[in-house]
Design a binder for this molecule. Structure first.
Ligand code: C2E
Ligand code: MG
Ligand code: MG
Ligand code: MG
Length: 279
């Protein structure tokens, strides 16, 4: 590796990086085209109450089909959409699709208590975000109390003023605010005091530890912190019954993971709910 020399050219630029930049640009071009051509989808993953095993929520997850019938990983295309600004339109569409799916389920008597939608910084940074959310809810007749917005801790680093202002407006409107992937971000605990938080999602990495000998120390600590803040807890990535019984003992409210269901298309939700009700 070249040493950094102030007199040399851009020492870190390699053909590899050029290739990488090119393929990201190409990918973004494709993403934008597929999005505006209506080829993206929103899938939903159920959330189950640990108290009574009932389905109490759904999380909306973006899907971008590739040529083999799988999805491009959201961890790749969501950051791309964020960097390019496409996430503003994409996120608005995801929110709208989520409200539409929720209202169709409600019409069939299958709507759980809430629907959770992930929100990115470029969306939350816009002063008109709370208004846009209100319009989506109204367009589909979804009550504000049924909507939960998931944000990540890193979202707070950038422009805390606008973000805090929007979060308070959303909360005022009756929308629930959840911190996603809790424990993996960079925010200080001090932020939690200023935030109108209703729910904390315990990151999958801490849930996985329950089964691998390192125990439940982090899950326990996060659950007790949430309780002191008056916030609910959702465990992400629950895959085993051992995790469920441990989380139940710790007083975690809700679980989401492959043990219960993988994310599924909106039109499979109602029959999944019906099947589940039979057991
Ligand atoms: P996230 O919000 O933490 O979503 C949970 C992720 O965990 C989803 O991955 C879900 O499929 C996966 N998951 C759920 N249960 C299990 C399990 O039991 N085991 C394992 N191994 N994984 C499980 P997905 O759909 O690939 O999404 C990854 C991330 O991409 C999301 O993490 C979120 O940060 C982002 N993302 C996805 N959809 C959207 C969106 O509509 N908007 C925004 N802003 N971000 C999104
Ligand atoms: Mg999430
Ligand atoms: Mg998460
Ligand atoms: Mg996570």
């Amino acid at each position: 590796r070249a040493r950094l020399n102030p007199h040399a050219g851009p020492a870190y630029f390699s053909p590899d990086m050029e290739q990488h930049t090119h393929s990201r640009l190409e990918m973004l071009r494709q993403l934008r085209r597929d999005f505006y051509d209506g080829r993206l989808a929103v899938w939903f993953q159920p959330q189950v109450s640990l108290a009574d095993d009932g389905v109490i929520g759904l999380e909306a997850l973006a899907r971008w089909p590739d040529s083999h019938g799988f999805t491009h990983p959201p961890q790749v295309f969501i950051p791309l959409a964020e960097e390019s600004g496409l996430i503003v339109d994409l996120g608005a569409w995801i929110l709208d699709q989520s409200c539409a799916a929720y209202s169709r389920l409600a019409a069939r008597g299958h709507a759980p208590r809430r629907i959770a939608v992930n929100v990115s910084m470029p969306q939350m940074r816009r002063p008109d975000f709370p208004e846009r959310v209100a319009r989506s809810l109204a367009a589909h007749g979804v009550p504000a109390s049924a909507l939960e917005l998931e944000i990540t801790e890193s979202l707070l680093l950038d422009e805390p003023q606008v973000v805090l202002c929007n979060l308070h407006a959303l909360k005022q409107a009756g929308i629930q605010i959840t911190i996603d992937d809790f424990g993996t971000g960079y925010s200080s605990l001090g932020y939690l005091r200023q935030l109108p938080i209703d729910c904390i999602k315990i990151d999958r990495s801490f849930i996985a530890e329950i089964d691998c000998g390192r125990g439940d120390m982090f899950a326990e600590t996060i659950i007790s912190l949430a309780r002191k803040l008056g916030a609910e807890t959702v465990a992400e990535g629950v895959e085993t019954t051992a995790q469920v019984s441990c989380l139940r003992d710790l007083g975690c409210d809700t679980a989401q993971g492959f043990l219960y269901a993988r994310p599924m298309p909106a039109d499979e939700l109602a029959s999944w709910m019906e099947q589940r009700a039979l057991h």
